[in-house]
Design a protein around this ligand. Structure first.
Ligand SMILES: Cc1cc2nc3c(=O)[nH]c(=O)nc-3n(C[C@H](O)[C@H](O)[C@H](O)COP(=O)(O)OP(=O)(O)OC[C@H]3O[C@@H](n4cnc5c(N)ncnc54)[C@H](O)[C@@H]3O)c2cc1C
Length: 457
């Protein structure tokens, strides 16, 4: 039972996490139903999350505006918002992520207004979600509870590692690139999209010192062509069957035949999850280990302007991209001692950097150091997916518990479902998932219950 002094009105659906995923779902629910919804976000500014809280106008979306609608059934929703916003961005532009954040905040404000009191936005940290009678009870900040019939975990991303002195495990910290001498030496661990974000921030701060970016293979994301390309016509059905090596060989043959990575990626884009589901566990493991880095640099490409900045930084000798591995030394106070072992070599190179920033990208797996995860694991409600990429979920996005049984009240939305849907990081995928979950919730709950104190009651 909800504590009688709880400040919160019981709801039908509680969404834990008010980043892009939570907001997309809240907007869908308000549009589709009269159910009562609470969106609980620990940060002061709901709607932004990790990706859209940047203030830098140099951090651009890596998808053109035309494909960034938040609402699956309104393809031009973002483009129309841009037209009303009058900043001059159009459908083929790569818009700053900070502006997309404003779009998401407007979407949330609109949902609150439309909901006529049915959508509450609560600031707080959900530290537990417990089964209670036929619903759930959420513990917010350890001091208040909220009762709901169903809950959706939209808890998103966590930083790659822990901070320590001059070692920044969280590349999204406000001060990740400040407090540095202009000629300070920087090591960025990772050469993918997070590295590029940090690089752009360093350059915006006028950094002039050397920057080394290192990853196992030293692969850097490609860039989008200056204008959208038409989707090529080709039969790709044989990429969906057979062993991983056969599929890879056929894929390469397509490339050799002139189809090209951008065209092939565009062609496969709507079928990526089907491709993934066609692989068994062992094939998925091998894909993640050996092929994923190549897939990612072609699949998640950067805006042409960003590609030009990377080229310029490399050309003037400020940015060097290396492949290999590193060992971080024990000393991290004002400098970080690092041993670099370059790919294909046994030579151990000792280096010292003024700052090391972990840019290996967001983490989504189960982590018992996160209070909510610890409680859910302890209560047998949460377990890692078989590849430890995120939470184990069933086909209808419900959480699978320790006993292997799908939950009847806990759903998961967004990146923590990446074990099941490997391509679930970008808005075009999340908005479809949000719409699906909203439909399932509406079907499951049909009508608001008569919970006391609700506007519907
Ligand atoms: C740097 C970056 C750039 C990206 N660029 C693009 C792009 O250009 N185009 C594109 O389509 N996609 C892009 N993506 C991918 C995509 O948009 C994100 O994956 C998406 O925003 C995920 O949002 P989310 O809400 O699931 O996660 P998050 O952004 O991590 O938000 C989760 C929210 O939940 C809150 N939260 C977590 N736990 C709790 C709790 N226990 N209690 C209360 N609140 C909690 C957090 O505070 C956070 O605000 C990018 C992603 C990143 C990281």
């Amino acid at each position: 039972m909800q504590h009688p002094e709880s400040p919160y009105t019981p709801v039908d659906i509680a969404i834990v996490g008010g980043g892009a995923s939570g907001v997309l779902l809240a907007a869908q629910l308000v549009r589709k139903t009269r159910l009562r919804v609470a969106l609980i976000e620990r940060d002061a500014q709901p709607g932004l999350g990790v990706a859209y809280s940047t203030r830098s106008l140099g951090h651009l979306l890596n998808v053109r505006a035309s494909d960034m609608t938040a609402l699956a059934d309104e393809p031009d929703h973002f483009v129309q918002w841009l037209a009303r916003d009058r900043r001059g961005y159009g459908r083929t532009d790569f818009v700053p992520r900070a502006i997309y954040g404003r779009y998401l905040q407007d979407l949330l404000a609109d949902a609150v207004q439309r909901s006529d009191g049915r959508l509450q936005v609560i600031r707080g940290d959900v530290v537990a979600v417990r089964h209670e009678d036929d619903g759930v009870e959420l513990d917010i900040d350890g001091c208040a509870s909220l009762r709901a019939r169903k809950a959706v975990l939209a808890t998103g991303h966590r930083p790659p590692s822990k901070d320590s002195g001059a070692y920044f495990g969280n590349p999204w910290r406000d001060d990740a690139v400040s407090g540095l001498a202009p000629d300070a030496s920087i090591l960025l661990i990772g050469t993918s999209l997070t590295m590029i974000d940090v690089l752009i921030s360093l350059l915006e701060h006028g950094h002039k010192g050397p920057i080394v970016a290192l990853s196992r293979r030293g692969l850097v994301p490609h860039r989008h062509p200056p204008a959208p390309i038409p989707t090529p016509e080709a039969d790709t059905s044989d990429l969906f069957t057979g062993s991983l090596s056969r599929r890879t060989a056929r894929f390469r043959a397509r490339l050799r035949a002139g189809l090209g990575w951008p065209g092939l990626m565009q062609l496969l884009r709507p079928h990526n999850n089907e491709l993934w589901h066609g692989l068994d566990l062992d094939q998925r493991k091998r894909f993640l280990r050996h092929l994923r880095p190549w897939w990612d640099i072609h699949r998640h490409r950067v805006a042409p302007q960003i590609g030009a900045q990377i080229d310029a930084a490399r050309a003037r000798g400020q940015l060097s991209i290396a492949s290999g591995r590193i060992e971080i030394g024990p000393k991290m106070d004002d400098k970080v001692e690092v041993t670099i072992i370059r790919r294909g070599s046994d030579v151990r190179e000792s280096r010292s950097f003024d700052r090391v920033i972990d840019c290996r990208g967001p983490r989504n797996e189960v982590d018992v150091h996160v209070p909510l995860h610890a409680q859910l694991v302890e209560d047998g409600l949460l377990r890692p997916d078989p590849l430890n990429q995120g939470f184990d979920v069933a086909v209808d996005e419900v959480l699978i518990g320790r006993d292997g049984r799908p939950s009847d009240r806990l759903f998961v939305l967004g990146p923590p479902t990446r074990g099941r849907y490997t391509e679930i990081v970008a808005i075009p995928d999340i908005r479809l998932q949000a719409a699906d979950i909203a439909n399932r919730l509406v079907a499951a709950l049909q009508e608001p219950s008569g919970l006391a104190g609700s506007p519907a009651a």
